[in-house]
Design a protein. Structure first.
Ligand SMILES: NC(=O)c1ccc[n+]([C@@H]2O[C@H](COP(=O)([O-])OP(=O)(O)OC[C@H]3O[C@@H](n4cnc5c(N)ncnc54)[C@H](OP(=O)(O)O)[C@@H]3O)[C@@H](O)[C@H]2O)c1
Length: 306
């Protein structure tokens, strides 16, 4: 019998988040799933479709827009006590990824990291998470040589340098949305590790779903890039073993939720390529296990949420 019976999932109306909700609902121990979504209509549609596909009426909706700290704070107050949280919403943000939010970070950073940090820390402070938090990481955060994605390179890993990643100034002009996405996911993994030391009673695990075809991830891209990724890039990635389907991607979240061998403070992702067996990503990028760097990443985030 699992301890994880009530789960809040962000970005639960589409892609990996919705599939995670579906798989969790099929487990008889699951008593309640809270769909954290920014849009009420899309949330209702997802709820209906999940009820139909699982035959269970255990879904509630929590409206939260991760790019808006007021919305996130309201959601943290409205959220019930849960056993687990899956911090899944995110993506590269497409052509608007560089735009600054009211909090002063890029939209891309807000959705992938800042909103999740504000939500999680508010829930933990209010004792509203009993057992486990999973963050949707990405191998981009440690570099993917097969796709010519460089490993994030931070000359000092100081708080100021992490702040410049949050507000986008680290990247100069023009904003490189892929490099910025990689760095945002890196900062998030570091923040999770720092938070894991602060809250030893809760397991905080960063888990990459792996290269996953069939989600809406390409929808935010400019039209030509979107067309090429949908009809050429992703199909080829699957043929050459660089991507799996959404069922396999979301199953990674469930594994991390249920299996306590996935240790707190660790970032798990692929050992090779972007699918296949998992490994601690610090093997490829030792900075990931540097506690001073982790704390600097968290301190930088706090410059924007305190
Ligand atoms: N797919 C991959 O290959 C892959 C690989 C590694 C990591 N990941 C990570 O996995 C996670 C899920 O990706 P996916 O491929 O499933 O993407 P997706 O299909 O595009 O789903 C993203 C979800 O995030 C939600 N979202 C976007 N902005 C939001 C905001 N401001 N506030 C609240 N929710 C917001 C979206 O809601 P709307 O429908 O309202 O836009 C949607 O529900 C992301 O964090 C991504 O970085 C994906």
């Amino acid at each position: 019998m699992s301890d994880v019976k009530t789960i809040l999932i962000t970005g639960a109306n589409a892609g990996l988040g919705k599939e995670c909700a579906r798989q969790l609902a099929l487990l008889p121990d699951t008593a309640k799933i809270i769909l954290g979504c920014r849009n009420a209509e899309r949330a209702e549609a997802a709820k209906e479709s999940l009820e139909q596909s699982t035959g269970r009426e255990i879904f509630d909706i929590l409206i939260l827009d991760l790019s808006d700290l007021d919305s996130v704070r309201r959601a943290a107050v409205d959220a019930p006590v849960v056993d687990a949280v899956v911090l899944n919403a995110g993506g590269s943000g497409g052509s608007d990824g560089h735009v600054l939010t009211e909090a002063g970070v890029t939209w891309q950073f807000a959705v992938n990291v800042l909103g999740h940090a504000a939500l999680t820390e508010a829930l933990l402070e209010a004792d509203k998470v009993r057992s486990v938090v999973i963050y949707a990481g990405s191998e981009a955060a440690r570099g993917v040589p097969e796709f010519k994605m460089a490993q994030p390179s931070l000359p000092t890993s100081s708080v100021a340098e992490f702040v410049s990643i949050c507000d986008g100034s680290f990247f100069g002009e023009p904003f490189d949305e892929i490099a910025a996405y990689a760095h945002a996911k890196y900062v998030a993994a570091m923040w999770m590790s720092s938070l894991a030391r602060k809250y030893p009673a809760v397991r905080l695990v960063t888990m990459s779903p792996g290269g996953t075809a069939g989600t809406n991830a390409v929808a935010a891209m400019p039209p030509l890039k979107r067309f090429l990724m949908s009809y050429v890039g992703m199909p080829l990635m699957r043929v050459f073993g660089h991507a799996h389907n959404v069922e396999a991607g979301a199953k990674r979240y469930l594994d991390a939720l249920m299996d306590e061998r996935y240790a707190t403070g660790v970032f798990y992702g692929n050992e090779k390529k972007t699918v296949g067996p998992l490994a601690d990503q610090a093997v490829f990028f030792p900075d990931l296990r540097n506690p001073a760097f982790q704390d600097n990443a968290r301190a930088a985030i706090h410059r924007f949420i305190d």
